[in-house]
Design a protein around this ligand. Structure first.
Ligand code: ADE
Length: 423
């Protein structure tokens, strides 16, 4: 079996952490039990480009239990948990190609190694695997059954591919399931982003001016958790409705040109580039801390920051914290970037907690089954997760939490489908 990981000797530690996460993932575990009986993925080769974490390990184990041959690579150079990669190779015989801190060339060679296995189903987080397949291996597209996509950024890229006619096989937008983005993006990103910043810097959040760029579900989560820890939260937005929502949720809303002067800590979660750029570095406070929790490391213009500081005027001040000396009118300002401007929650912490990834990855597993079963009827489009799957994931999660809910009576159901009833 071929693989490329940091150290197989870490496998036992990885196995213990995977099993710790599994205990928080009862929905996925129940799907795994059914998959082991029914083998809905028999004959499929799954190529997964995802963050190699304990939670992803439990997803990959589920797909394998369902009968698939599974290959995995990282969806970000800094998010791989090397012990998990080792455990997957040693105990689950899943070929993994992922090393924490890998450079761009290795990152893409690992994606290529997964494509060499000729996957029939892709599971992507950010759309790099799908893009590589379409641009570098068009001859492999004929064998494709379908795919799934985990994140907002990836779904945006896929919809652009679909609109331009470039997409060649069906992909399910797992991110857009309610039981994914309303929970993972909000509570997962909210908690793990603060976790990453705190683990890397150990700064006190209380009393700080905490600027959140972007008020989608991720931004909502980060803003609410920062406020919960006593920060004064400022939100920046380009979307008037989201900006209004932030105002009515009780946050101060300002353009970045103003917020840049006031912030002690900045988090970007927009999915777009250059949200914090040269004009902002020029006016930031000495000691400002910058982190990104969007999928790609383009939200903070790090090239501009490095150019302003110059070669000698940047240094690592702590593991995962780099300080840049930026010339300003009154002297140099020390601007600190956490986790190289990459996903701070996975770069400096362990990503979202397992209990929330339970729902995201239950959707992944069930969406994988859905594309495998429906392959003959599906076109080269981006599909939503079917409502029944979303509802099933929510019900299973509630059940695992010991929570039951009311059922509609016949009269209530009839009322909801009629139009004659009035005042
Ligand atoms: N994305 C965010 N958190 C994650 C985690 N813990 N595992 C996999 N993907 C993630």
């Amino acid at each position: 079996m071929q693989f490329d990981i940091a150290d197989i000797g870490l496998a036992e530690a990885g196995r213990r952490r995977i099993s710790w996460a599994d205990a928080e993932m009862p929905v996925l575990a129940s799907i795994r039990e059914r998959f082991a009986r029914e083998k809905p993925l028999a004959g499929q080769v799954v190529g997964a480009c995802m963050h190699i974490t304990t939670e992803t390990a439990n997803l990959l184990r589920t797909l394998k239990a369902g009968g698939a041959e599974v290959y995995a690579c990282a969806s970000n150079p800094l998010s791989t948990q090397d012990d998990v990669a080792a455990a997957l190779v040693k105990y689950d015989q899943i070929p993994v190609f992922a090393i924490r801190g890998e450079g761009d060339a290795t990152y893409y060679s690992h994606i290529d190694a997964v494509l060499d296995a000729h996957p029939t189903i892709t599971m992507d987080d950010g759309c790099d695997l799908v893009t590589r397949l379409h641009t570098q291996r068009p001859e492999q597209l004929v064998g494709m059954v379908g795919g799934t996509e985990e994140t907002t950024t990836g779904v945006i890229r896929l919809r652009a591919m679909e609109a331009s006619g470039a997409l060649k096989y069906p992909i399910v937008a797992v991110n857009d399931a309610d039981t994914k983005h309303m929970f993972d993006n909000r509570y997962g990103t909210g908690q793990s982003t603060l976790d990453g910043i705190i683990r890397a810097t150990n700064v006190l959040i209380a009393g700080k001016v905490f600027v959140v760029a972007g008020y989608g579900y991720c931004g909502k989560g980060v803003a609410s958790r920062a406020r919960g820890m006593g920060a004064q939260v400022v939100v920046t937005e380009v979307d008037p409705i989201r900006a209004l929502e932030a105002v009515m949720d009780g946050f101060r809303v300002e353009p970045m040109d103003e917020a840049a002067r006031e912030g002690d800590i900045f988090v970007t979660v927009t999915g777009d580039r250059d949200v914090i750029a040269e004009q902002h570095f020029k006016i930031m406070k000495d000691g400002a801390i910058l982190a990104n929790s969007g999928h790609f490391d383009i939200e903070i213009d790090l090239k501009a920051l490095a150019a302003m500081a110059g070669g000698e005027r940047r240094r690592e001040v702590k593991p995962l914290v780099e300080e840049f000396l930026v010339p300003q009118e009154g002297g140099d300002a020390r601007i600190r970037v956490v986790a190289e401007g990459r996903l701070v929650n996975l770069g400096a912490a362990e990503g979202h907690p397992a209990a929330v990834m339970d729902m995201s990855f239950a959707n992944q597993a069930l969406a994988g089954e859905w594309v495998a079963k429906g392959a003959a009827e599906l076109g080269a489009k981006v599909y939503d997760v079917p409502r029944e799957i979303d509802d099933e994931v929510a019900l299973l999660k509630l059940r695992s939490m010991g929570i039951t809910i009311d059922q509609l009576t016949d009269a209530q159901r009839e009322y909801l489908t009629s139009w004659q009833h009035g005042t």
